[in-house]
Design a protein around this ligand. Sequence first.
Ligand SMILES: NC(=O)c1ccc[n+]([C@@H]2O[C@H](COP(=O)([O-])OP(=O)(O)OC[C@H]3O[C@@H](n4cnc5c(N)ncnc54)[C@H](OP(=O)(O)O)[C@@H]3O)[C@@H](O)[C@H]2O)c1
Length: 313
Amino acid sequence: MRCAVIGPTGSLGSHICLELLNRGHDVVGVSRSPEKLGRHERYQPKSFDLAGGTIEDLEHVLKDVEVVVNAYNPPLDANTYKTFLEATRCIVKAVKSLNSDGKGPYLIQVGGTGSLEVPGRKHETVLDSRRWWLTLRRTVGDSAAATAHMVERIGPGPVAQSFEEYRNARLAVQAGQLTKINQSKVEQTEDMILHGPNPFPDLPLAARAALMMFEGNESFKWLFVSPPAKYRPGVKTGKYEIWKDKIPMLSTSSVDTTTTDWDEVWHNLLGISVADLAVAIVDEVEVPQKVGVHWSAGGDLLDDVPRSGYVTI
Ligand SMILES: NC(=O)c1ccc[n+]([C@@H]2O[C@H](COP(=O)([O-])OP(=O)(O)OC[C@H]3O[C@@H](n4cnc5c(N)ncnc54)[C@H](OP(=O)(O)O)[C@@H]3O)[C@@H](O)[C@H]2O)c1
């Protein structure tokens, strides 16, 4: 099978390319510098800039593939929301155009945890509640592997530093080191989420808005994948379970945001390693079973060891 991966040098994209190549498929890598993934006889890098390229040019790049996996990620800056939505629009338009004869590629789009619905609440996603978002933020802070991955993805700078400082302060407070610095770092971070003016980051908001380009759309074949709460580099087990629309959790009983025990919610949240999410996506590439569905996947996180979230071929 010939598949295009948009964002082949990214964390998830590189794992998907490796999984596809290991299973004998031909891969077209599409990004600004797709050659950085490495060399392989079945890997064809095609340079394309989503921030400047035309829909027609992208159509040309994707014209002979059966599946397109979009694992593109925009830079985190003041334009992230716009950049992500414009890039998604460009990809959707190119795929729709290729599907004018009904034989266009299957588009598998990757979004974010923020699009997933909370148990028992109609139309409510985790991005509708500050308390939910804080709980998700804590899942990153309490994991060495997730914090290291966040820092690796963002690169050095104040945002990465604040992720590390929050984790260290939280660990110190949990260990009884109740210094003013530790307590105020935890309080400041959590206070911004619970009471600040902009609690929800632009990228998950953009991914949630992008879902609207897909849901109910029958003009092309699509699948929308939202990673679960605890998503990070880890061991590949090859095992996972699919969750439609909902956030993967052990307990699926309704969560009342005013009275709930958030520590219990935290413990109930499921996760998956980047490698296993790539397995789940490539399984769907090979045997499409969820066309027109928004799903997430929960697997086994066997350890919490920081490791690089990127692979090469
Ligand atoms: N918990 C969550 O919900 C969660 C966590 C992590 C990621 N995600 C989602 O998963 C997806 C993949 O994220 P990731 O962290 O794996 O990505 P990443 O490591 O940040 O990689 C980004 C990829 O996008 C490409 N790219 C960036 N700008 C581009 C442009 N202008 N034109 C073409 N390609 C461009 C990059 O390649 P070049 O530099 O070569 O262009 C790279 O391959 C995203 O949708 C992200 O939001 C969700």
